[in-house]
Ligand binder design. Structure first.
Ligand SMILES: [Zn+2]
Length: 630
């Protein structure tokens, strides 16, 4: 009966930590871990969590203990994935540099409380012969070891800060610190979720933390280290518990399945390990839950059903098909997963995860974190190349954000898959370079600056072209005779080099050249030219050239302003560029692309750097949008 209840019980981590304030200790804050009449070595708090706490006779079938409790580590060597922490603790212990206060931090269910209890055991262990010293390998035989494991040692006190947040609670601790340990080497306070304590409680503790009696140790555990005041942290030795890598967790689960005679696929265990996100307790709780679902072999599909996420193989099918441009197969795989209850958001998360793993591998990363059955799949995906994977990543990341806003997430997911498959046909920048003709383009027929970046929003392959082009004529002319301008353009350039940008702009837009001789400029004004413009030009020209200038206004004559000239030249250039075979080919490869802007590669920074992936991606997406909306 008890078996049934606990097997079906929700995973332990759904329950809040139940605390240690117990009635028989008169609501005292500091109560030893409860004595358990069943002889189990776990605190009463945990028995209550799963509701199977009951006295048992010898003949009764032992109550089922959830895996997370049954496989709580008894020694540091059983603490998986925390090698660094164990090593540091071991060093501190052997060098006699163990602090009087520790803070253990890490995500939930990663073994903070287990570590705290192990540490308490190690500090108080006297060895099987009664002469041992503090150790990282508690013997488990001596009286302190046994009573701490059973949770009945009077000198090891567990406090749940979540329910004891006040300054009065802290005072009780401080008072207790004054008394020597009853029987053990150290009096040890284990304070769980220490970040929950109030500011005044922390303040009250400060003095004690600074100079506690030699025989007192504090062990704090917290999931949110940032909420613990720095004044407290600075008085503690800090140990970070790392998330356990998925592959290591899967291996651990495999070992437990063997001991518990649970038949399970490697894939299924890997899926559980991934879902647990590095938390051992979550992994074991999920395994418990999954094992309760069937008496047969635990499979990937069953775990996927339980987690509401697509199986890894379905995600892989969607991704492989989409990356190959096969939208219909990708959609079919998505529908299969969706009809089995997989959440669209989970699928996209999964796809992102796969792309991340594949990119890491394509970039030369190790595949140690992968389980055996996944290696081949990831290697296959990595074959797509970093450029394609990066593009898919960006699309999916964007789509993932949109999924939450979409009225129908499944439809949004389908659109995302279609888009992914569609962009698969787009060439990557590297491929594009190879597709383009190797010959250098014929020089443009116009005398204006030559074509450079003919794409919708980013320059494509401008670098090789730019090197073949001559610098603009004007720039060269200015260099040879800086002091005496020979054209309106040179006057503008002179103004710009002298930092008079406003004047330069006004000349460009409002001035028509009638005649120009050294020292004598005749101009016509158009548009809303300011009254003093002619005077300004004369003054500045005199200043820059060191020669007196006369600027006179003419009512008639004059060609175009520089701005008008530029516009005409641009239009002409645009036509010329569009008819270039090279550009025509680019426009052909990117359906819907148009020439928005023409940049002079000699003067723009963009031409110096190679176009990046994003630019190209945007180009691809734009054409996408047009096609989809059209
Ligand atoms: Zn011992």
């Amino acid at each position: 009966m008890a078996f049934g209840i606990s097997r079906l019980a929700r995973p332990q981590w759904f329950f809040p930590f139940s605390g240690f304030g117990a009635a028989e200790y008169d609501a005292s804050l500091i109560t030893p871990i409860a004595t358990d009449p069943t002889g189990h070595k776990y605190s009463r708090g945990h028995e209550q969590e799963i509701g199977v706490y009951q006295p048992m006779t010898d003949t009764a079938k032992p109550a089922y203990r959830v895996l997370a409790r049954k496989y709580r580590p008894d020694t540091f060597s059983e603490l998986i994935g925390q090698d660094a922490l164990v090593r540091t603790l071991g060093n501190a212990l052997s060098l006699g540099r163990l602090a009087h206060a520790f803070v253990l931090t890490g995500v939930r269910g990663i073994g903070k409380t287990s570590t705290a209890r192990l540490l308490a055991k190690g500090l108080n262990c006297i060895g099987a012969d009664g002469n041992g010293d503090a150790t990282l390998e508690p013997c488990g035989q001596c009286e302190p070891c046994k009573s701490i494991a059973a949770g009945r040692h009077v000198d090891v006190l567990e406090i749940d800060a979540a329910s004891h947040t006040g300054v009065d609670d802290a005072r009780e601790i401080i008072e207790g610190v004054g008394y020597r340990p009853v029987s053990a080497r150290y009096k040890i306070y284990i304070i769980d979720e220490v970040h929950m304590m109030s500011k005044s409680a922390f303040n009250a503790l400060l003095k004690t933390l600074e100079e506690p009696p030699d025989a007192v140790k504090f062990i704090f555990a917290t999931t949110e280290i940032r909420k613990v005041p720095v004044t407290i942290l600075s008085r503690c030795q800090r140990y970070d518990l790392r998330r356990v890598p998925a592959a290591m967790l899967a291996e651990h689960l495999g070992m437990i399945c063997q001991r518990e005679s649970i038949a399970a696929d490697e894939d299924a265990l890997a899926a559980i390990a991934r879902a647990a996100e590095g938390s051992v307790r979550d992994a074991l709780s999920l395994l418990d839950q999954a094992a309760a679902m069937t008496a047969d072999k635990l499979t990937n599909d069953m775990v996927a059903d339980m987690l509401g996420r697509p199986g890894r193989r379905e995600s892989q099918t969607v991704l492989t098909a989409a990356l190959a441009g096969d939208a219909s197969s990708a959609l079919a795989a998505f529908h299969a997963a969706y009809s089995r209850g997989a959440e669209p958001e989970m699928l996209v998360t999964d796809l992102l995860d796969l792309i991340h793993l594949a990119s890491m591998q394509a970039a030369g990363g190790s595949d140690d974190a992968l389980i055996e059955s996944e290696r081949e799949m990831i290697a296959g995906l990595a074959g797509s190349g970093i450029a394609r994977l990066g593009r898919a990543w960006q699309l999916l990341l964007k789509g993932h954000g949109e999924l939450g806003k979409a009225p129908n997430p499944a439809a949004a997911c389908e659109m995302l898959i279609i888009r992914l498959a569609h962009t698969a046909h787009m060439p990557t920048p590297g491929e594009l370079m190879q597709k383009l003709p190797k010959t250098s383009p014929s020089p443009a027929t116009s005398a204006s600056p030559a074509p450079a970046a003919p794409a919708s929003s980013a320059p494509i392959s401008s670098a090789p072209i730019s090197s073949a082009l001559a610098a603009p004529v004007e720039a060269a002319a200015i260099e040879t005779s800086v002091n005496m301008p020979n054209s309106l353009g040179e006057i503008v350039a002179l103004a710009e080099t002298n930092g008079e940008m406003l004047l330069a702009a006004r000349i460009r837009n409002h001035v028509k050249l009638v005649s120009l001789k050294p020292g004598n400029l005749q101009i016509g004004l158009v548009g809303a030219a300011p009254d003093q413009l002619a005077g300004d030009i004369a003054r500045y020209l005199s200043q820059w050239t060191g020669q007196r200038w006369l600027v006179s206004l003419s009512e008639s004559g004059g060609a175009q302003t520089l701005a008008e000239e530029q516009r005409d030249a641009d239009d002409k250039l645009r036509d010329t560029i569009a008819s270039e075979p090279l550009v025509a080919q680019i426009l052909d490869i990117f359906p819907g692309a148009s020439i928005d802007e023409i940049k002079n590669p000699e003067t723009t920074d963009a031409a110096v750097t190679l176009p990046d992936d994003n630019g190209l991606l945007e180009a691809g997406q734009n054409s996408d949008d047009e096609e989809m909306s059209g």
